[in-house]
Design a protein. Sequence first.
Length: 255
Amino acid sequence: MVEIKTDASLDAMRVAGRVVGDALAAARAAAAPGVRLTDLDEVARAVLREAGATSPFLGYRPSYAPTPFPAVICASVNDAIVHGIPDGYRLRDGDLVSIDCGAVVDGWAGDAATSFTVGTERPEDRRLMETTQRALEAGIAAAVVGARMGDVSHAIGSVGRAAGYGIPEDFGGHGIGRAMHEEPEVPNDGRPGRGFVLRPGLVIAIEPMFLAGGSHHYLTDPDGWTLRTADGSRAAHFEHTVAVTDEGPRILTLP
């Protein structure tokens, strides 16, 4: 069932979303050559703790996962697309890092992600990240009252396909509210004019993820969580929690 939020609920979700934005900004600021992925997780934990927030990631175990997720961020490096578990890997100059983070405050959730380069940026990585972020912006712009979910999905997918990037079809965005994952699904590609009609108060997490090699295929690591590009190419992932309102899309996960 799709839950429509009140204005008061959206304001409460903005509180959680701001914590997510702050945690992502802090993790990105801490990322440097030699820093461990577990260090970035500790930085995000500190932001959540100071804000009185809890993590919807920590201990999360969907049906496909062999174990509960052990961290408050997903940290996916280079060919890892999403769901990377922070470990002792030390960042290197030129790494492309995607960080996904969530927070719950007073029972309301926020969820967002960003990608960035550690140190020296490769031109092809910059293009990948800029394109993925542009797809997020296109998806957000399409999230207006009276549009259909297919319009959002088509806006995202059109950007990725035009750039020649792969789009893993089994993973995309989702509704969000009291739970991190709610209905409806938000695919990263689709046909315009199809699907759920967007109404004021609908809140969705829009999260394009593009694969530089152009293939849509991915592999799952032995940990049961980390998804990697099948061709070894790099990936980028951007996400915001967005409310559909009569005044237009409202991004809830800015710092």
